[in-house]
Design a protein around this ligand. Structure first.
Ligand SMILES: Cc1cc2nc3c(=O)[nH]c(=O)nc-3n(C[C@H](O)[C@H](O)[C@H](O)COP(=O)(O)OP(=O)(O)OC[C@H]3O[C@@H](n4cnc5c(N)ncnc54)[C@H](O)[C@@H]3O)c2cc1C
Length: 469
């Protein structure tokens, strides 16, 4: 078969650039096709946290951890509804991927390690340099290799001959290769894709947006192209929903402030308000009408909301301070915050059960006085009683997309599978485009970049091998 390149990579984000680096390192001639005007994708916007266990960074801080322990945690969190083979890759290759990034200039300060999921071992590795720093490291490593790249080149479809993917169509041309790696990222910026593949997120209507908005081609092209050539699409209606206060504009605000009392339509609390975003969005979405209300009073607004340190535990400098004092005052002026002189009146404005809300607030206040949270065990210093009018409420929904996880099914060599579990020859995929990489719950902040780097590198190695055969 005539070919222009051994390996074509569709999408020059984190997974794509890692795939290209590895494929070239394995001796393949490589072409990267990127729809945007520059490479980097959502990876270049990301918070730069990497989730991994048993790493050199953990060891430097004296933390005992293993890939097996991570595997057990993620499997149990997902009630074993997670591909064991894929999870094994994410666990086993984490330490090596962290060292690879460090080798290319990334820095993961051991003192910044944190529990970014609901596990008890710090596996979230924030990177120095804040937002985009891991992406910048990958882009630098890629650019140093002089790999052929065409930007502003959106791939339209895959070319299939005799059941084998042999190339791509883009910009009116055909390019042929021994293997194609699809790394087009998620589909959070496509309303149509959301309605089809993540309807419970589309439910939130106009409030929905993806944190990927700066990466305009996160539109699900890879999912569509995979489907066109018969790929099995898995992970329907899953992803990472993040809490949102409905503040005007698109903002990243995954951490709720500790000083609110979050209640559902029944007027009841339903979680520790400080629980990590890896689970909070799912809990909010399982409440009646998939919504909740943050309740607080005037003294809390005046004092507690001034401290916004809770909003950026990753040192990412990404998180918006939508719950800070001035923003809320401005929103009150614009009529975007529910305000009432009594809890009963507030409940009626919200359409929340007034008796229950009254009991919730009474119990919460009594717990604040006693220095405990009898129901949800929130830390004492993070609780503020709700006593003095005016009383306020802001509607909270889990309507922001952190990542999408519906897409083509792959095997442990990143080969795309069809509906009969057969490999589609010549086709590989990695990164956010791949389906069912996260299970029902997000293991912890950093798993998406881990997925892009680890599966991207493996896909590149395997594609180069396949192209050489
Ligand atoms: C603001 C923000 C913060 C985040 N923070 C974190 C974090 O701290 N930790 C973490 O783990 N995850 C985080 N994530 C998620 C994580 O960054 C992504 O899941 C991950 O980087 C996706 O990598 P990828 O390579 O699969 O896709 P991307 O990096 O998005 O790359 C996909 C590329 O494909 C291109 N493309 C799409 N369609 C085509 C086509 N038809 N032809 C050619 N090119 C195409 C796109 O333009 C894009 O460049 C964050 C995301 C955002 C946006």
């Amino acid at each position: 078969m005539e070919r222009d390149f051994d390996v074509i990579v569709v999408g020059g984000g984190g997974a794509g650039l890692c795939a290209a680096i590895e494929a070239q390192g394995a001796g393949a001639s490589v072409m990267v096709l990127e729809a945007d005007k520059h490479v980097g994708g959502a990876t270049l916007q990301s918070g730069g946290v990497f989730y991994a266990a048993g790493t050199s960074v953990q060891k430097a801080r004296g933390i005992q951890d293993t890939a097996d322990a991570m595997y057990e945690y993620v499997m149990n969190l997902n009630q074993w509804e997670f591909s064991p083979a894929i999870l094994r890759l994410l666990c086993d290759h984490g330490p090596e991927a962290i060292d690879w990034l460090i080798g290319h200039g990334a820095e993961f300060p051991p003192e910044w390690l944190m529990c970014s999921g609901v596990d008890s071992v710090p596996r979230g590795h924030p990177s120095r340099g804040g937002a985009g720093s891991v992406g910048e490291t990958i882009v630098r490593a890629f650019e140093a290799r002089g790999i052929e790249t065409a930007v502003a080149t959106r791939v339209e479809s895959l070319i299939v001959e005799d059941g084998r993917v042999v190339g791509v169509r883009a910009a009116g041309a055909e390019l042929r290769a021994g293997a194609v790696v699809v790394t087009t990222g998620g589909f959070g910026n496509s309303r149509e894709m959301l309605e089809r593949y993540w309807p419970s997120m589309a439910y939130h209507g106009d409030r929905v947006y993806a944190v990927h908005w700066h990466a305009p081609f996160i539109l699900g092209d890879g999912l569509r192209m995979g489907e066109e050539v018969g790929a099995n699409i898995v992970g329907f209606d899953t992803g990472l929903p993040l809490p949102a206060s409905g503040a005007a504009g698109r903002v990243v605000e995954p951490f709720l402030p500790p000083w609110i009392v979050l209640v559902n339509r029944e007027g009841r609390r339903f979680m520790d308000e400080t629980v990590t975003y890896s689970v909070s969005g799912y809990i909010i979405n399982s409440q009646t009408d998939r919504r909740a209300f943050a309740i607080f009073d005037e003294p809390t607004l005046a004092t507690a909301s001034v401290d916004t340190a809770y909003s950026d535990p990753y040192h990412s400098e990404l998180a918006a301070t939508t719950w800070d004092h001035q923003t809320i005052r401005n929103r009150i002026e614009k009529g975007e915050v529910f305000v009432a002189d009594s809890i009963d009146a507030l409940a009626r404005k919200l359409g929340v059960d007034p008796i229950s809300l009254g009991v919730t607030v009474e119990n919460y206040n009594a717990d604040c006085d006693r220095g405990i949270d009898g129901e949800f065990l929130k830390q004492a210093e993070r609780r503020f009683a709700v006593r003095k009018a005016p009383f306020y409420a802001i509607e909270v929904r889990a309507s922001v997309i952190g990542w999408t996880s519906c897409g083509p099914e792959i095997d442990s060599q990143c080969r795309v599978l069809d509906k009969h579990q057969r490999r589609i020859p010549g086709l590989f995929a990695a990164g956010e485009v791949v389906g069912a990489v996260q299970g029902k719950r997000y293991a912890g902040g950093g798993l998406s970049i881990a997925n892009a780097v680890i599966l991207g590198r493996l896909a590149g190695q395997n594609a180069a091998r396949a192209a050489a055969q």
